[in-house]
Design a protein around this ligand. Sequence first.
Ligand code: NCD
Ligand code: ZN
Length: 348
Amino acid sequence: MKTKKALTLTKPDDWHVHLRSGEMLSKVLGDTATNFNRAIVMPNLSPPIKTTADAVLYKQEIETALIENSDFIPLMTCYLTDETDPDDLISGFKTGVFTAAKLYPAGATTNSDSGVTNVLLLDSVFSAMSDAGMPLLIHGEVVDHEIDIFDREHKFIELVLEPLRNRHPNLKIVFEHITTRSAVEYVKSGQPDKLAATITPHHLSVNRSDLFAGGVRPHLYCLPIPKKEHHRVALVEAACSGDKRFFLGTDSAPHLIEEKESACGCAGIYNSPNALQTYIAIFEQNNALDKLNSFAALNGPEFYNLQVNTEEVCFIKGANPTSFDDVCVGDSRIKAFAPPFPLFWTVR
Ligand code: NCD
Ligand code: ZN
């Protein structure tokens, strides 16, 4: 009998996830908490998590929603605004409440209305973060609607990120959910302990044509928007290279089905149930399964100066594709990400 293919990984962490709050949190949390040991929890709630006190309460809400004996660790982030108080931010970091701070350019994405209108206003905040060694996580898109949606990440590098890094060369930065070849190249030009990037399962699997395959596909719509195929290929090469500057961040972002399937559908893909299986498929397709552990479990902790997890998780390749259920929330549901290829791996 043919032996089943198996794969053992160090238990991964998710370095970018949206857990939401209230009933939605209680329904989605399990998918993250069973698959990952830790997760960087995004602060774009409505209202956002803007102070240390907000983060203490939000962390308690997450911990209360966990099933008994779960050892999942939420790592909290602060939503930067034009009014962020550097003293509160740094004290939140030094006391271990915050792991990082998130920069949303105002208007760039879901719940970013209270985000930063001009990064120059935050120079004193960035200096304080740089001195403290607190990582800055960036949604890297310009918000100028004169700039084509497919060019907003590329332009951000030249107009915002490069000048910001020149003003704060010691600031630790994660360029979140990168989608372009320019972002890959830019990150590779930096020092590994100062500049890194997360890459999502959907940006590794989907290009912009997939968004319109046979009709508009609201469940593939997210920000930054997926780009042309050659950009997707660059992301795959970066992830599969094992380069320590690139690591796993799902950007799993749940929305109710009626918010997605609408005349003005919102941005965000819910992939927590099958993110790991999708990453495995991508690394397997590219003969790079030997690099997956670095991407999924080693590179993130190294950048964040955290311990690597000790637990291991084993996956088995089945003969038939696995399906992943939608998540019910009240009378509605959240659709799980459907990559454009079958998924054969499951957790043993
Ligand atoms: C995210 C969300 O829904 O909160 N949406 C998305 O398309 N990725 C916000 C974000 O990370 O941009
Ligand atoms: Zn996100």
